[in-house]
Structures are given as C-alpha cells and as structure tokens.
Design a protein around this ligand. Structure first.
Ligand code: FAD
Length: 369
C-alpha cells in the first residue's frame, strides 16, 4: 500500500472507532448517521478512486474497498451507505457526458452532497430477472420520467439519486436527479429486519423533468457505459462483506479465549475462515485495480462478489454458534452481523442473481468456444 493510501486508511480506521462504533446499535435500529458520513467524506472516505483533479484522493478502487471494509468492521449498514456514496462518485467519474460530472462529482466525492443509487431494478432487468420500473420520453431539453422504485437507500429531500429508465424504441438512459425535484416523492418503506439506519425509501416519479445536463448516459451511450461501470459497482459491495467477515472472525477469536475446548467442534473455525478471507481479499484487490482502468473480466468479478456473500453467511453463522447465548443478546454484534450478511447476499446483485448471471455467461462462453 502506498504512503497516501495508508494515511487515508489509518484516518478512516481511527474515525470509525471514535465516531461510528458508539452509534452502531442506534444505526441498526434506525438512526441515519448523517454527520458521520459527512465527516467521512471530508476525510476522503468516498473518493479513493477519484483523481485529485476532480476532488478525489487519486488512488484506486482497491483502496476504496479497503475503506468500506474498515467501516463495515464496525457497522454493515454504514458500509452500505459508503458503497452508495462512493458508487455514485464512480458513476459520475465515468459518466459519458461532461456536464453531469462537472455538476456533481466533486460534491458527491466529498460528501457535501449525499447520494443514493437506485440501480437494482435496472441491473436485475438487464440480467433478465424483472421488468424495468422507470419509463422516459424525450422532450426538447431532455426527458420526462414516470414510475417508481421500491427501495433506494441513502436518500432524502436534499440528496441526489442516480437511476435509469427505459426510453421507448431507443434503449435506456441513466441520470442524476435531485430528490426534491418537482414530481419526485419519497415515501417510507415497511420496517426491515436490519439496515434500518440506511434511510431506505420508496421513490416515485410523476412527470419528472430530466435535463440533458443531468444525463449520465443517453441511449446510444448506455450499453458501453454500463459495461464500464458494472465491475466497479459489483466489486465495491465486497467491502461490506469483507468487513463483516473480519469482525466475525475477531469475535470468534475472542470467544475462543474461554470456550475453545467446545468451540473446536464447530464447522468453519476462525483460522480456516481467516485463510479463505486473505485469498479472497487479494483477488478482490487485483480485480479492483483492473476495474479502475476498465480491464476487470466480468465473470471473475461476479465470482468474487458471490464468494464474498457465501463467506459472509458462513462466517456470521459460525460467529453466532461460537458466541452462543451471549451473541444472541440484542446488543451483541453477532446477531446484527448475521442480518447484515444476509443483506450482502440479497442486495442486487443478490446471491441467486449472481449464480444466474455466472451461469448465463459461462453458457455463452462455452457456445463461443
Ligand atoms: C434494506 C434494503 C435496502 C435497499 N437499498 C437499495 C438501494 O439503495 N438501491 C437499490 O436500487 N435497491 C435497493 N434495495 C433493493 C435490493 O437491491 C434488491 O433489489 C431487493 O432486495 C430485491 O431483490 P430480490 O433478489 O429479493 O428480488 P426478487 O426475489 O427477484 O424479487 C423480489 C420481488 O419483489 C417485488 N417487489 C417490488 N417492489 C416491491 C415492494 N415494494 N414490496 C414487495 N415486493 C416488491 C419485485 O417485483 C420482485 O418480484 C434495497 C433492499 C433492501 C431490503
């Protein structure tokens, strides 16, 4: 790791211990950590992969994943919001149009403008899993958008959202929209079993005007654009899982100080999980460096993301079994991490989605061979 990367990572680690750790239970139960996120943005916690000339740290996506991992060791919900924010910066950095990048990138990268990504529906739609929810029609200055998205996190009246819509006979657009724009309505969702502090809302679009200046990719640019951003979108989420796995292993080691004589009979021992984690982290870091320059093979990216979900589920389950009744207490990290790991496995691309896409890609490659 370079000197500037380790300075960034150390600052984020200290800040997570001092400012995030005390709030974790409150966040799990619904408190949105806005001040923590804004300070993290000032420290550079969302902008490792953004060049310095554009307001970032001038490092790369592997360092951004390290930052998300550190946050996730303390709080998976907050790590998800770090992914939301840093991924919006990633979208803008790679935008096919300058105007939208100049308007928003520096402010999103620094956390001055908080942002959510409502791309699950489109990503699932493009993988042949569900219908697209947002429809756009061309206007003189851009597009008019209608429809709704059931769940978008890290948004609010003064936030930005990045979403995509279908344009009849043309394809798709991706664009940024202010959440208080005329025609945009935010509604509360039914309570979730975890991730309650992520400010996850239902977003409705009723004749929303999107100017060309807010368009990240027009229909003719969309296919190449999605191919460019998807590896980073998918890999960025591994930070959530890797941090949860690290925290579970640490908790298992602590429990083994007194209970190793009986914990030794459990599957997935701490040192075995730690060895698998090291291999996975090295793979993710290599792929992330390739994704930064647009060279990461998608199949390997999907497999690394799948391996992260699977290992997070195994590690958190082993942690609850190691920690026993203590870990079953409401204020213990073990039960919270188990719910966070399930989220890693259900957020798009979910574990089932990843297996479908990997299967589809492997079939295509076999046909072409
Ligand atoms: C806490 C939380 C935060 C999330 N944050 C984001 C985010 O920031 N951005 C984002 O794009 N996505 C977000 N999602 C959505 C997530 O990424 C998945 O797309 C979602 O969980 C559905 O995936 P699935 O694999 O369960 O879908 P599937 O099992 O394939 O399908 C779920 C089914 O539910 C249907 N459905 C649609 N709307 C609703 C609804 N309101 N209630 C019930 N069912 C519905 C769908 O049509 C679909 O048929 C979030 C989800 C959760 C639970």
């Amino acid at each position: 790791m370079t000197q500037s990367a380790s300075t960034l990572i150390n600052a984020i680690a200290q800040h997570a211990k001092s400012d995030l750790a005390p709030m974790v239970t409150a966040i799990d139960q619904g408190q949105y950590p806005e001040q923590y996120l804004r300070k993290l943005g000032q420290l550079g916690g969302f902008s490792a992969s953004v060049p310095q000339a554009q307001g970032g740290q001038g490092l790369d996506l592997s360092v951004q994943i390290d930052a998300t991992t550190l946050v996730s060791r303390e709080c998976g919900s907050t790590a998800f919001m770090v992914w939301c924010q840093s991924t919006c910066a990633w979208y803008l950095l790679n935008a096919a149009n300058n105007a939208v990048r100049e308007r928003y990138l520096a402010r999103v990268a620094s956390g001055e403008l908080l942002a959510g990504t409502g791309m699950s529906n489109t990503v699932k739609h493009l993988a042949g899993i569900e219908k697209i929810n947002l429809r756009a029609t061309r206007t003189e200055q851009g597009y008019e958008v209608n429809g709704s998205l059931p769940w978008v996190s890290n948004i609010g009246e003064d936030h930005l959202a990045v979403v995509a819509a279908h344009v009849e006979d043309e394809g798709y657009i991706m664009f940024a929209v202010r959440c208080n724009a005329p025609g945009v309505t935010l509604r509360r969702c039914l309570p979730f079993s975890g991730m309650e502090g992520t400010q996850t809302l239902n977003v409705r679009f009723d004749k929303v005007t999107v100017s060309n200046n807010d368009v990240i990719a027009h229909p003719l640019q969309f296919k190449a654009y999605i191919q460019r951003i998807k590896p980073g979108f998918v890999l960025g989420q591994t930070g959530m899982g890797l941090g949860i796995i690290e925290a579970s292993i640490e908790s298992m080691r602590a429990t083994n100080q007194t209970h190793s004589h009986v914990n030794v009979f459990l599957d997935d021992q701490a040192e075995d999980l730690a060895a698998e984690l090291q291999t996975l982290k090295a793979q993710v870091a290599d792929l992330a460096r390739q994704a930064q320059t647009g060279e990461a093979p998608l199949l390997d990216v999907l497999k690394a993301r799948l391996a992260t979900s699977e290992l997070a589920l195994r590690a958190t389950q082993s942690e609850v079994l190691h920690t026993g009744a203590k870990g079953y207490l409401m204020n213990h990290g073990a039960q919270r991490r188990q719910r966070e790991a399930v989220f890693v496995a259900i957020v798009t691309p979910a574990l089932k989605h990843l297996r479908k896409e990997i299967n589809d890609l492997e079939l295509l490659q076999a046909e072409a061979a």
